[in-house]
Design a protein around this ligand. Structure first.
Ligand SMILES: Nc1ncnc2c1ncn2[C@@H]1O[C@H](COP(=O)(O)OP(=O)(O)O)[C@@H](O)[C@H]1O
Ligand SMILES: [Mg+2]
Length: 374
């Protein structure tokens, strides 16, 4: 899921309950028995590891297996256990598996090879799917790549190339047919964007059911409703379209991961998310007194790169980048509420302080953000 740099370390512990059901040896034995039902009696699972990597909403298992006599490095994505009070109210791992399959069949995007989906709770206690492990490097969320990483160590030209190719991934996702894509459909009379906002609202209502909510988020929803732009034809959106959800071979995307936020929507949704998530990390970096990457994935350059790849001119990026900041605020509110519930964070006096980028969202709502950045 999204880049929860604020407390990804704490979140990771919460998201990884220590019950035996999520211990490597328990998982290995269960997967070993299960893989034989899919790949035959000589198949084996030799090792299961729980990595510390980007993301925190579903569980990612790194698995070594033997299939048809050959060693295979696999990744298993498992829905979180109910007992862990998951970040989202529901998880559709089989839907993600089918969506990745659809994108693999209809585009040239680099995607991990898919093996199997197991929608049944029986084998591991929760649904899961299996894909091949892809080698390469990922821009880190913790500490954010802007603080110092292979991305900051690259040359400006290499970064420009990386940004161009990353935006081109979004362009390719948008070229996939929407028919046959396993994503929620708008209700009758709703546009794709309105449906997207409704689902975000439902999620926020659910996330704030026991609390007072955050006034800044309410203000954001009101602004979004009052400023709805005219929409272009909806496309298949990746959803969590950010560089931290790609594995790179040097500066070229080698695998596009994390499809759980995929949805129908206007093209701007994905591009604005990629622009905003970079700004989110960049703002944190500047708050820490460092320079970060001011020249990377700028709004103008990303829009120009997208247009060069697709011929589509992006519109209303003020709206869509603010909407991205609102989505991120709602997810962050949920993460923080959950951390407070688990005693891992103190409730702030001002609930808006649960939103790490509150200043960014406030400035966007005041219409001063984009002129204020370097
Ligand atoms: N096919 C894969 N090959 C290699 N690593 C993977 C693969 N799928 C996931 N990962 C690792 O797991 C992490 C989390 O996966 P991701 O799909 O982004 O889910 P989330 O962010 O929701 O936890 C990635 O950052 C990456 O380190
Ligand atoms: Mg992720």
């Amino acid at each position: 899921m999204s880049a929860l740099a604020s407390n990804a370390d704490e979140g990771r512990e919460i998201a990884r309950p220590t019950q035996s059901q999520r211990e490597p040896e328990w998982l290995r034995e269960r997967l070993h028995a299960w893989i034989k039902t899919r790949a035959g009696d000589d198949a084996a699972v030799t090792e299961v590891e729980l990595p510390s990597a980007n993301g925190m909403s579903s569980e990612t298992l790194l698995v070594q297996a033997v299939i048809d006599g050959a060693p295979e490095s696999l990744v298993v994505r498992v829905a979180p256990l109910e007992s862990s009070d998951p970040v989202f109210p529901s998880y559709d791992l089989d839907g993600q598996f089918r969506l990745i399959g659809h994108v693999a069949e209809t585009t040239d995007l680099p995607l991990p090879k898919l093996w199997w989906s197991e929608p049944d709770d029986g084998p591991l206690g929760a649904p899961f799917f299996v894909m091949s492990r892809v080698d390469g490097r990922i821009p880190p969320d913790v500490m954010p790549y802007t603080f110092g990483s292979w991305v900051t160590e690259a040359s400006a030209e290499e970064r420009a190339e990386m940004a161009r190719r990353s935006v081109a991934v979004i362009a390719q996702v948008h070229a996939a047919p929407t028919d046959g894509a396993a994503v929620d459909q708008p209700l009758p009379g709703e546009t794709a964007l309105q449906a997207h906002i409704r689902r975000l609202r439902d999620f926020y209502t659910w996330a704030s059911r026991d609390g007072e909510g955050a006034p800044l988020i309410e203000r954001g929803f009101a602004w979004v409703q009052e400023n709805l732009p005219a929409e272009s034809e909806p496309v298949l959106c990746w959803g969590d379209a950010r560089i931290g959800n790609m594995i790179y071979d040097e500066f070229t995307p080698a695998a596009v991961l994390d499809w759980e936020m995929a949805a129908l929507g206007p093209r701007e949704l994905d591009v604005a998310w990629m622009i905003f998530l970079h700004r989110f990390f960049q703002d944190l970096t500047e708050m820490a007194g460092m320079e970060g990457l001011t020249d990377f994935l700028t709004r103008e350059q990303a829009a120009a790169d997208y247009q060069a790849a697709t011929g589509h001119e992006l519109r209303d990026l003020d709206f869509y980048t603010l909407y991205a900041a609102l989505i991120h605020a709602v997810v962050m509110y949920r993460i923080q509420t959950r951390a407070i519930h688990f005693g891992q964070a103190a409730a702030p006096d001002d609930p808006d302080d649960m939103i790490m980028h509150r200043k960014t969202l406030e400035a966007m709502l005041d219409g001063t953000y984009w002129e204020s950045i370097k």
